[in-house]
Design a protein around this ligand. Structure first.
Ligand code: HSC
Ligand code: NAD
Length: 304
């Protein structure tokens, strides 16, 4: 894999909260990963951004120094945040690889929108001591020679788009996430300026469990012809105080992403009516109408 790493230091701090995490590696330099790297760098942490392609956004490149040593990217990390493609097999391949090189104290987190943290983490090693016996805090910054990932050091850190603007961070506890890992993730989230909430590893955690069915219902309402797209969006902005209407938000997030999440949950929970496929959504995606990024979804957009 032609991995590419970016290393940055000496950013001004955006939050008064300090974290035990000093070195953060973000894997996946796309929409979310570049934003996560930005907020961590602004909090004064050393950030390494790793991607297997050339897709770093120009904004991130301008702010972050580059280096091409992916091994160093994980070997010095106190925290690794994975923000690569939303595909279980690809995430498993990545974590298996990291399992061989990451220091024993490194916390692993996934920014997944819709996949299970327990399932993603199933490829990493069980905690050998089956408790919190590893002196993780003592070991921080001490360049350990023990290399292994442990399940108790694994959790979810779910950011929201656009990362620099959205104030929430969902901290997801997997079945095996230790108290120590959870507390460090909460503290780190605060240090990068986010308000953290705690979630169990259930589909969509809190926000997406509510947001995905809400958007799906808005699409069904439009599909039935009950109201125009514009009126549905105006209704929710002015009647419920949302910054974007549901169809605007669906276009913003990407209709392919909307469909991907619904399809995944529908296949796992076929009896749940809220997750049932939506013919109009499937049609738009099959026509390449993916929302803002393709120039058309429920609305048309001028291509930049
Ligand atoms: C089926 C459902 C599927 C769900 C998919 C799940 C996805 C995922 O898991 C969860 C999510 O993220 S769910 C999605 C969750 N997300 C939502 O729900 C988003 C809902 N939408 C919003 O909150 C607002 O419309 C925006 C903040 C996007 C834009 O704000 P606005 O007032 O309409 O327009 P404005 O006046 O232009 O900008 C205001 C300020 O923001 C700044 N800025 C803007 N974009 C930026 C960027 N990319 N970067 C940096 N900064 C950016 C801008 O510079 C300005 O700063 P200033 O310092 O004040 O000048
Ligand atoms: N887009 C959103 O609104 C949003 C919000 C919250 C969470 N998420 C989640 O964040 C993750 C990333 O989403 P995104 O929107 O940033 O995607 P994206 O496509 O913009 O970025 C993913 C990046 O990962 C890189 N990549 C893929 N496989 C890799 C690998 N094995 N090693 C290194 N880099 C690799 C790609 O080259 C790409 O640059 C997904 O799990 C997604 O569900 C997305």
């Amino acid at each position: 894999m032609n991995q590419f790493a970016i290393i940055t230091r000496n950013f001004s701090r955006s939050s008064a909260v300090q974290s035990a995490i000093k070195n953060v590696t973000v894997i996946g330099g796309g929409l979310m990963g570049s934003g996560i790297a930005q907020v961590a760098a602004q909090a004064g942490q050393n950030v390494t951004l790793v991607d297997d392609g050339e897709k770093f956004v120009a904004e991130a490149i301008a702010r972050i120094k580059t280096n091409t040593d992916p091994a160093a990217a994980s070997q010095e990390a106190d925290l690794i945040v994975e923000a690569i493609v939303e595909n279980m097999d690809v995430k498993h391949q990545l974590f298996k690889k990291l399992d061989a090189v990451a220091p024993g104290h490194t916390i692993f987190a996934s920014n997944t929108s819709s996949l299970s943290i327990n399932e993603i983490s199933s490829v990493v090693k069980e905690d050998r001591q089956n408790n919190d016996g590893i002196l993780r805090h003592k070991d921080l910054n001490s360049h350990l020679s023990t290399y292994s990932l442990y399940l108790h050091l694994f959790g979810g850190l779910h950011f929201f788009n656009p990362v620099p603007v959205m104030r929430l961070l969902e901290v997801v506890r997997g079945d095996k996430t230790s108290d120590d890992t959870y507390n460090t993730m909460m503290e780190w989230g605060k240090s990068v300026g986010k308000t953290c909430i705690t979630c169990k590893d259930t589909p969509g955690f809190v926000v997406n469990r509510l947001l995905v069915p809400y958007i799906a219902e808005a699409i069904r309402l439009f599909e039935r012809g009950d109201a125009s797209a514009r009126d549905i969006d105006v209704a929710m902005k002015l009647g419920a105080g949302y910054p974007m209407g549901p169809l605007e938000l669906a276009d913003y997030v990407g209709l392919d992403t909307n469909k991907f999440i619904l399809d995944g949950w529908h296949s796992k929970y076929p009896e749940e009516p809220l997750f049932k496929p939506i013919p109009l959504l499937n049609k738009l995606v099959s026509e390449g109408k993916l929302g803002v990024k393709s120039g058309e979804g429920f609305y048309k957009y001028e291509k930049k």
